[in-house]
Design a protein around this ligand. Sequence first.
Ligand code: PLP
Length: 478
Amino acid sequence: MDATEYRIRGKELVDYIADYLEDIRERRVFPDKKPGFLRDLIPDSAPIEGETWPRIFADIENVIMPGVTHWQSPHMHAYFPALTSYPSMLGEMLSNAINCVGFTWASSPAATELEMIVMNWLGKMIGLPENFLHRKNGSGGGVIQTTASEATLISLLAGRWQAIKKYKELYPDAENGEINSKLVAYCSDQAHSSVEKAALIGLVHIRYIECDENLSMRGPELLQTIKKDRELGFIPFWVCATLGTTGACSFDNLDEIGDVCVEEFLWLHVDAAYAGSAFICPEYRVWLKGVEKVDSISFNPSKWLMVHFDCTAMWVKNSLALHEAFNVDPVYLQHEYSGLAIDYMHWQIPLSKRFRAIKLWFVIRNYGITGLQKHIREGVRLAQKFEALVQSDARFEIPAKRHLGLVVFRLVGDNIITETLWKKINSRGNIHCVPAIIKGKYIIRFTVTSPRTTNEDIVKDWQEIKTVATEVLNEWTP
Ligand code: PLP
């Protein structure tokens, strides 16, 4: 394909994408396919000769779309949102064209500097204290990571490095491996599985603190477990507090946990993967109380802020801790300003880094803070509407308080009835949800995801759920 054809095909694809997104409501949100379906549709070896674009283009609808789960659909209620927007798509297009690999400042100065500036914008937008921002002679700052899981792992590894260093100051003869084997990380019993994965990778112990009746990890329970571990000869070193858990969007008590971490000298990380976007609205920042006691915090603009996956915003107060944990400095990566400018390769696990700041910059500029706040508040309003509909039907219950855009609900009765309801809903493909288990109760999660969702969509989805519920209850009622 040459530039002349690219200009034509590119415009065709832009039209196709706009049509896809504008008409997405009409598509079945969850595909009716079985594993391996694509093997029957695509040859098992690559073509010897290049194919024409029209043949390739036709396969988007013939081959790919029938097997897509349409995450941008207003009837997508599974997981948490993974939204796009037109300015974000334009940002991706441009960064793909530039395709620089911003591991050091010199490898593409604009990529590093835009990331620093936009991370400062975003940090201010969610009300982070100044010492999390890039400042002259400051040690704090923001970085865009690939995923929240990676941000959690990075935080754990930085905390681990600091803990080992501190321990060796007291016991210089201790081996790193020996210290590592005594380290303990803490999170709530509602924390995302990525926290467990980080502990697995870091080869550290992990303790799950039982949440209170509001599904919130509290300071006293955490402190008690830490003290018990110290008595047993373990070395507590790192805590992950979740703001907006995956199961029910509950919030750990950051203020209390922060006090414990300060007193006990533990690294405190905040995983706000979904809920963090809502902190651009001042009314939701109550959950951030105590953030000044935190060492690192991350959230995904790629979830609710209409910036494409991948984009996880992460801030640290002490970037030197990342440098120490990840610092390798081969000669071929050094440049005239090494040590003077930020080299993001020291802030992350991979060396290479996409120019992700462009899409974030485009989205923030094009919507403005007000436009993004409006988007968040509309998502919450629609979730409240759905919540009211569920509450109006005595066959259902909402076993955990709704927060933000996530409603969890179930049919009153045994877990198996709700599980059957969930399976039937998904198999019909008109709406898509995922389940969770909260304090032993099987629930269905209903997240408002798309900016295209309207009141009518919510009513239609509720109608679908009610219809299927009637069928299920008829089957289960003797
Ligand atoms: N943390 C929480 C609270 C989540 O809800 C999720 C995913 O939804 C994650 C972490 C993992 O996010 P990622 O896919 O960006 O690693």
